[in-house]
Design a binder for this molecule. Structure first.
Ligand SMILES: *Cc1c(COP(=O)(O)O)cnc(C)c1O
Length: 359
């Protein structure tokens, strides 16, 4: 039996995708082998890679002057690779701090150059996005980095800053493909796959071509964007099976109306949950209304002594992985693209029933 899995990542995948992968496991389209067993430079896998990239481009309407690169190392490796690949000219960059993930990006970048934290929401426990009017940005920064969706804190940008000529770099690990975005407003978009794209082990980078010559000389070849772009992400062996599954997810998205359709459903799903949380004092949502994430929804029980009980009763109902991150406590429901509306409805029904008994 399939449960409703609210994990923040690795997260639920569409059942259609898993079934297709199962069907193709032993013999991928008459090749007589599994995708895992194929040479990454062979005709079959090359076609899988190219189709995945083309579909990713189509979903996000990625302009032709951007390269798409598939890497390993996760979004956390990118915390080092962003400064390595972009600080070749100016060894200073601007960072906006909105929570756990941007803090990690900041701490890692400090190893490679000067980091200026130009705005932070630490003053209110990372529960909002500081308005752009308060940012102390530097016009000569190598780039400005932000995290578009703080997976742990549940804080999301619903706007894109205008920062002139400074390249805008965004960690979109947990909200990529959840809504339409204008790629041309960003210089670099990156993330790990295991939230809203596919299996862990795959990292995507969307980078504007004119930024490919700014790497520090110490940048490892397998993480050097220019070398990877020139080699079709195959300087070394890419995470082939993860790319294949990501490709199936892209096809699933295209078959279901693409990002406009996803955005509509995601807005509806988030509203269902937030509206209920706001309608009662039994549960509270810590995040400022304008900056609430549609993907990761943290909440607290009014009486935290009920937490264990809440989690065990929820799992009896097939509602799993609702425990909040250890750094913030409470609960968190992650409702990425693969979470159907019925899953959110089931969760709201459970919240209501639990409150009725214990409220
Ligand atoms: C999960 C996550 C990361 C870390 O990803 P890894 O693949 O584990 O390195 C970084 N940033 C954000 C926003 C995340 O959600």
């Amino acid at each position: 039996m399939r449960v409703f899995n609210f994990s923040a990542g690795p997260a639920a995948l569409p059942e259609t995708v898993l079934r297709r992968a199962a069907d193709e496991m032993l013999d991928w389209r008459g090749s007589g082998m599994s995708v895992m067993e194929m040479s990454h430079r062979g005709e079959e896998f090359t076609s899988i890679l190219h189709k995945a990239e083309a579909d990713f481009r189509q979903l996000l309407k990625i302009p032709a002057n951007y390269q798409v690169i598939f890497l390993q190392g996760g979004a956390m490796a990118m915390n080092a690779l962003i400064p390595m690949n972009l600080m070749g000219r100016h060894r200073a960059a601007d960072y906006v701090n909105t929570g756990v993930w941007s803090t990690k990006s900041i701490d890692e970048a400090k190893k490679y150059g000067q980091v200026n934290v130009v705005a932070s929401s630490a003053d209110r426990g990372f529960t909002y996005v500081p308005t752009q009017a308060t940012w102390q940005t530097n016009s000569d920064a190598a780039y400005l980095h932000l995290c578009s969706n703080e997976t742990i804190g549940g804080v999301e940008y619903h706007w894109v800053p205008e920062i002139g000529d400074v390249p805008l770099v965004a960690d979109m690990s947990s909200n990529i493909l959840s809504c339409e975005i204008e790629v041309s407003k960003f210089a670099v978009i990156y993330g790990g796959a295991q939230k809203n794209i596919g299996p862990a082990g795959l990292t995507f980078v969307i980078v504007r071509e004119d930024l490919l010559d700014r790497a520090l000389p110490i940048t490892p070849s397998v993480f050097h964007w220019k070398e990877q772009a020139a080699n079709d992400s195959m300087v070394n062996t890419p995470p082939t099976y993860s790319i294949y599954i990501a490709g199936l997810v892209f096809e699933w998205l295209l078959d279901n109306g693409g990002l406009p359709a996803m955005e509509k459903i995601n807005v509806q799903k988030a509203a269902l949950l937030y509206d209920y949380l706001d309608s009662t004092t039994f549960y509270t949502s810590p995040v400022s209304k304008d900056d609430r994430s549609r993907m990761n929804i943290p909440f607290h029980l009014h009486d935290e002594r009920l937490n264990e009980r809440f989690l065990s009763e929820a799992s009896e109902q097939g509602l799993l992985q609702l425990k909040g991150h250890r750094s913030v406590g409470g609960m968190r429901a992650s409702i990425y693209n693969a979470m159907p509306v019925e899953g959110v409805r089931a969760l709201v029904d459970f919240l209501r029933a639990f409150e009725k008994i214990h409220g």
